[in-house]
Each structure stands twice: as C-alpha cells, then as structure tokens.
Design a protein around this ligand. Structure first.
Ligand code: ADP
Length: 160
C-alpha cells in the first residue's frame, strides 16, 4: 500500500491545502495529513483543534487520515510505514526552501521520496498566515478556507 505523508502547520487548513489533499488522495492509497508540533511556536489554534478542523473538512475522503508529530519527519514516517512526502509548491521561494528540505530528508533516509504538486492557480497566493491576517483585521476569508471552518477562525481571532 502506498502511504503518503502531507506535513505542515495547517494553522488553519486552507483551500490550497485541501486541494493538494484531494489530488494526493487520488494518487496514493492513503494520505496522512500530519501536523508538525513546534513547541516553540504558539499558533492560532491548538494542535487538537487543527486536527478537528482538518477531520471536519476531509470527512468524505475515505483514504485521508489526520495525525500530528514532533521531531524528525523521517522518524514519524518510519512509524507510519510511509516512504513518500507530499509538498505543495506555490512560488519560487517555496521551491528553494522545499528543495533543501527534500535533500535533507533524503540524506536522513535515502528510501524517502518527496513528491511535489503544483499549487492550484486559484489558491497559489493563499497561505495560513495571510488568512489569519485578513481575518484578524475583519476582511472576508470566503473562498480562501473551507466554508464550514470560517466561524471557528472568526471566533478564534476575536479571542486573541
Ligand atoms: P502555510 O505556508 O500556508 O503556513 P503549511 O506550512 O501548513 O502552510 O504548509 C504545508 C504544505 O502545504 C507545504 O508543502 C506548503 O507548500 C503547502 N501549501 C500551503 N499553502 C498552499 C497552497 N495555497 N497551495 C498549495 N500548497 C500549499
């Protein structure tokens, strides 16, 4: 079974992420959306809430799972018996960063491949941080994130 890991912060999940998840789930038998826990970075949402939001918007995707991990991605992948990392590419700057990460992960475990998917043109400008910024200043985030999580984002930014 071909299991792919889609790692990221997902704080919160956006339509750009969801597009990559849908496309990857057609290519691989199983996709595990994996939230990187960074104890030094306090996000907008707790890890548990991020898991909940991703589960909510992927509930119809049978072969998509959601999990979180701390430490090296390659160690988590061994645990999950996965050899493939999925990454989305929006811009040249994404490429530069991801290229280095892919080489490092391959150095740590040469059996691991990183598969890049080009961002959907509709969402290539969307990032979690820009969504948070727009929401924080009262702008509309419709079309940028799944509809069903808009109330959660509005509520969370108003509590900050
Ligand atoms: P962000 O950069 O929005 O904070 P993450 O760090 O959670 O997002 O990103 C996780 C993965 O998803 C990375 O591979 C990133 O390149 C990809 N990604 C993020 N936003 C998009 C998008 N709009 N379209 C395609 N891929 C994306």
């Amino acid at each position: 079974m071909k299991v792919a890991i889609y790692p990221g912060s997902f704080d919160p999940i956006t339509n750009g992420h969801l597009d990559i998840i849908h496309r990857a789930s057609k290519v691989f038998d199983k996709v595990i959306v994996s939230i990187l826990v960074n104890p030094e970075k306090k996000g907008l949402f707790s890890i548990d809430k991020r898991v909940e939001l991703i589960k909510k918007v992927t509930k119809d995707c049978e072969n998509v799972e959601v999990d979180s991990f701390q430490g090296l991605l390659v160690n988590f992948m061994n645990k999950k018996e996965s050899k493939v990392i999925i990454k989305g590419l929006r811009t040249v700057s994404d490429f530069e960063y991801e290229f280095k990460m892919a080489l490092m992960n391959n150095k740590l475990d040469s059996s691991i491949e990183t598969v890049f998917m080009m961002a959907n043109a509709k969402y290539s400008y969307v990032s979690s941080s820009s969504v948070k910024e727009v929401a924080m200043f009262g702008g509309s985030i419709e079309g940028l994130v799944p509809k069903e999580i808009i109330p959660d984002i509005k509520k969370q930014v108003s509590n900050k």
